[in-house]
Structure formats: structure tokens, C-alpha cells
Design a binder for this molecule. Structure first.
Ligand code: PLP
Length: 393
């Protein structure tokens, strides 16, 4: 983003973010209090209460990033070394790093060729006696098949973690908030997400024991009600008061951000409906982090992204350069020291998840999306897509 000469609001500019007077007041309130660490302040605990209330869950735990939130969730599962967690090959690396960090093995299941979201049948086929959990990602803001994934998890006694980093306030087709079906849901406040405090993470759960484990892992295993006693392995993943105060102001704006993104995405959907060979996203429950669509294999998504960029429209082919499992960190590099543990004897060959590979290599195009887009922005994008379609499709 930012490569568009400033034509479209984007997340690295004030016009593409909702940071204003509320956030400024929040930062000053914390600075004036002189308490910047959340252990001694009120902002992070208030943010947790507000997040739990927004999602209708018993508890929320704040942390320093979306990756940290996922690490709290995986730590709370209490994997034995070598246990497996099934997840998707199309996501941010923050979805899988915590599995490795807890000495677990990421197992990749293939995705739906239209949405890029996990296919519950592929997840079920990947279950082994070592499987302990599933991490589902609501990719680009589109609801993953939670009914299907919940059923697989329940049949095999697995914990379902929802990675909602891209799906603030998205819903299932039935209207339930994404992040209320899994035992734990994780959110990110990184710069590029719907709402931001620079970096930050939140976990939600209805399970008091999972909440207790996450809170301990977030703060060095230290239960401060007892004394200087470390009950279990934990790190310092605390959110600061400055971040929490900004996040509280942003949380109050999340619904408006999602509504504005959905409104402009709806406009683009209706202007592209008649284009043959283009697969458009289903708007039901979509949180519109990005606007994804699919194009025919030939000439493929890279030609499309180049042609759109030439039209001045920010577009990315495939979202990723390669599936998560084809990154050196998983494919062939040591994990700890010179050791491949816990991946010894494991390989992630090309062709492991053919639908994901085809989306990344051939068919998936994403448009950056933003709450600052007006009808004029959408019209410019629609015109560019139609011109590129006339040339390439
Ligand atoms: C952004 C993101 C993460 C990681 O969040 P950070 O706050 O950047 O650590 C994890 N999963 C998904 C799906 C994301 O989009």
C-alpha cells in the first residue's frame, strides 16, 4: 500500500485510519497518569472488559500482538512436544509461529478453492492421534465454515481456535459474531487491521481455565494475587497502557469501520456482477479486510495484478508469494539451534494443498480495502477491473 500515489486512502496515512481526537485524548490521559505499564494501570483491564462485552464472552486477555494472542491460545492448549495443530496454508505467519514455539507440529489442510478458507473435510482427513487443536482463519474477513469445523473438532475432542485478525465483527451466515464459536478467538491491532494501536492482541474465551492459563502465559506465569511466585512457563506479552487506551478508542469505532467497508464493497460487488469468469466474494457476514476475487488460470493472477497496478489500483496477486509451508522457516531451516525438532522427519512437499497453491499461484487477486473509500473510489476501481477484464479475460 502507499504505492498508489496517494489516490486511495490507505492504512499508512491519516485518511485511511480512524485515529482522531479520541485516541489523542487517550494517549494524553495515560501519559498524565504516569502509569504506562498495564500491571499497575486501568486501561488494559478496561479494554479486556469492553472486548468481552462486545463479543458476549466471559473473558478477554490483552497482549502485545496478534501473534502473541495466538501464542497465548496455543500455550493454553498445553501441547505435549510433537503434538499436532491443524491449520491453513494461507494466512499470516503469526498463525503458525506459536505452534512451533510450543514445540508443536503445524499440519496444513487444504482450503476451499473459492474463498481460501479451511475445508472441514480436509481438516478431518488430517486428524491423527496426535492432533490437539485446529486454528481456523477467517481469511480476508470472510467467515470460515465454523459449523463444519466445530463438528470436526467435537468429533475428535479438539480445541478450535479462531484467528479473527482479519475479521473484526464479521459474522457467520447465521449472524453469530466470528470469534464466538471456537473455545478461543484471537484478534490483532496491528497497523493494517480494521482497527489499530500500532501493535496489540486480544483473546476471548468463555472458559475460565483457558483464560487463567492465557493470563499467566502473558505475564511470566506470575499470579500477582499470590506473590512473587511463577506458576508456569510464561513470557512477557503484556499490552502497555498507551496501546490499551488507543485500542479502547478504536474498539468503539470498529462497527462503523466494518459498516463503511461493507457498504463500499457492496457497491463494487454490484458493478462487477456481470463479468464472466470472475469469482466474487460472498458478502454474507464478510468483514472486508481486503476485497478478494478469483480470475481464470490463464493468463492468471500476476498478469491481472500488474494490469490493475498499471491502472493505478492497488492489487496483489495471490496474497502470499507461497503457501506458509513453503517458507524456509518451516520447509528446511533448523527450528531450534541446529535441530529441526519438532519437525524431524516431517516434510511439506509442493502439492501438499493444491487448492491453496492454485489460489496463490494462479487465481487469487486481492484489492486493498479501506473504510475511507467513497463511491468515487469504488467507481475508479470498478472501471479499472472492467478494462482489465476486457483485455485479459
Ligand atoms: C495480522 C495477522 C496475524 C498476526 O498479527 P500481528 O498483530 O501482526 O502479530 C495473525 N493472523 C492473521 C490472519 C493476521 O492477519
Amino acid at each position: 500500500m502507499g504505492a498508489d500515489g496517494g489516490r486511495f486512502p490507505d492504512v499508512l496515512a491519516p485518511s485511511g485510519r480512524t485515529l482522531g481526537a479520541e485516541e489523542r485524548r487517550a494517549v494524553l490521559r495515560v501519559l498524565d497518569s504516569a502509569v504506562l505499564c498495564s500491571t499497575f494501570g486501568t486501561e488494559a483491564r478496561a479494554l479486556e472488559a469492553e472486548m468481552a462485552a462486545l463479543y458476549g464472552r466471559r473473558a478477554a486477555v490483552a497482549s502485545s500482538s496478534g501473534t502473541a494472542a495466538l501464542h497465548l491460545a496455543v500455550a493454553a492448549v498445553r501441547l505435549d512436544p510433537g503434538d499436532e495443530v491443524i491449520t491453513t496454508p494461507i494466512s499470516d505467519f503469526g498463525t503458525v509461529a506459536p505452534i512451533l514455539a510450543q514445540n508443536g507440529v503445524p499440519v496444513f489442510a487444504d482450503v476451499d478453492p473459492a474463498t481460501g478458507n479451511l475445508d472441514p473435510a480436509a481438516v478431518e482427513a488430517a486428524v491423527t492421534p496426535r492432533t490437539r487443536a485446529i486454528i481456523a482463519v477467517h481469511l480476508f474477513g470472510a467467515p470460515a465454515d465454523l459449523a463444519g469445523l466445530r463438528a470436526v473438532a467435537d468429533r475428535h475432542g479438539l480445541i478450535l481456535i479462531e484467528d479473527c485478525a482479519q475479521a473484526w465483527l464479521g459474522t457467520t451466515p447465521g449472524g453469530d459474531l466470528l470469534g464466538t464459536v471456537g473455545e478461543i478467538a484471537c484478534f490483532s491491532l496491528q497497523q493494517y487491521k480494521h482497527i489499530t494501536a500500532g501493535d496489540g492482541g486480544l483473546c476471548c474465551t468463555d472458559d475460565d481455565e483457558l483464560a487463567r492459563r492465557m493470563r499467566l502465559f502473558m505475564d511470566k506465569g506470575w499470579d500477582r494475587t499470590i506473590g512473587r511466585l511463577h506458576l508456569s512457563l510464561g513470557l512477557n506479552y503484556r499490552m502497555t497502557e498507551l496501546v490499551a487506551a488507543v485500542a479502547r478508542a478504536q474498539l468503539a469505532k470498529a462497527a462503523g469501520v466494518v459498516a463503511r467497508r461493507a457498504e463500499s464493497a457492496g457497491l463494487l460487488l454490484s458493478s462487477l456482477r456481470d463479468l464472466t469468469g470472475i469469482g466474487l466474494p460472498d458478502p454474507a457476514g464478510h468483514a472486508w479486510w481486503l476485497f478478494p476475487f478469483t480470475v481464470p488460470d490463464d493468463p492468471g493472477n500476476r498478469a491481472w495484478a500488474e494490469a490493475l497496478a498499471a491502472e493505478g489500483v492497488p492489487a496483489v496477486a495471490g496474497y502470499l508469494e507461497r503457501p506458509l509451508y513453503a517458507n524456509p522457516a518451516l520447509a528446511d531451516e533448523p527450528v531450534y539451534g541446529s535441530s529441526r525438532f519438532p519437525l524431524e522427519g516431517r516434510s511439506y512437499p509442493a502439492g501438499l494443498c493444491p487448492n491453496a497453491e492454485r489460489l496463490i499461484d494462479r487465481t487469487l487477486v486481492i484489492l486493498h480495502w479501506n473504510e475511507g473509500y467513497t463511491a468515487d473510489h469504488v467507481e475508479a476501481i470498478a472501471g479499472a477491473v472492467r478494462r482489465v477484464h476486457a483485455r485479459l479475460a
